[in-house]
Design a protein around this ligand. Structure first.
Ligand code: GAR
Length: 189
């Protein structure tokens, strides 16, 4: 049995989609959902999927080894960031080398880095007049959005598209590909 932990800070629609994808699988278990945000929509979704939620604050995340310790005690094989907005500290990156992945809502290396998350990304893409955007799934290192790229998929951005339109197209790609890519990575481990 392979065990996944998901980290999310917001709505958690990707987290829910991943939970649904693996819900009836005997060989993969979404074991824990971590969040830094007590108001996050992901909490309700985790309850619906009956997956335990671990809350943590900045101090615990950046100044203790508690989070990697919980993940190791729980036998987590892959850490999946899904709309998680904090920079991952070295202590956690080092505990899960090549076993922590993120999804970014653009075609990295464009539109990545500090402050480039969620809606800000789609606004920047539209403001720059891009004709395409997409998703990037990548390994996580100590820098925002800089780990090795595992998979990308693109979508068209047309002149009349608003940031919300782009967000919808990108979410469609995320839902179609993130669980499948996670599955492939687990199979290779
Ligand atoms: C997703 O589009 C994800 O790619 C993005 O936040 C959204 C979360 O949506 N992540 C980042 O911007 C990370 N830099 P969700 O909470 O509904 O899954």
């Amino acid at each position: 049995m392979k065990r996944i932990a998901i980290f999310a800070s917001g709505s958690g629609s990707n987290a829910e989609n991943i939970c649904e994808y693996f819900a009836h699988r005997e060989d993969v278990d979404v074991s824990l959902i971590f969040t830094n945000n007590p108001m996050a929509g992901v909490i309700k979704r985790a309850l619906k999927s009956q997956i335990p939620v671990v809350f943590f604050d900045r101090k615990t995340f950046y100044h203790t080894g508690k989070i990697p310790q919980i993940l190791q005690n729980e036998g987590i094989d892959l850490v999946v960031l899904a709309g998680f907005m904090m920079l991952v500290p070295p202590v956690l990156v080092e505990a899960f080398p090549n076993k922590m992945i993120n999804i970014h809502p653009a075609l990295l290396p464009k539109y990545g880095g500090k402050g480039m998350y969620g809606h800000f990304v789609h606004e920047a893409v539209v403001n720059a007049g891009e004709t395409e955007s997409g998703i990037t799934i990548h390994y996580v290192n100590e820098h925002y959005d800089e780990g090795d790229i595992i998979f990308q998929a693109s979508c068209e951005v047309t002149p009349g598209d608003s940031p919300d339109d782009v967000a919808r197209k990108v979410h469609t790609l995320e839902y179609a590909h993130y669980p499948r890519v996670i599955d492939e990575i687990l199979n290779r481990q």
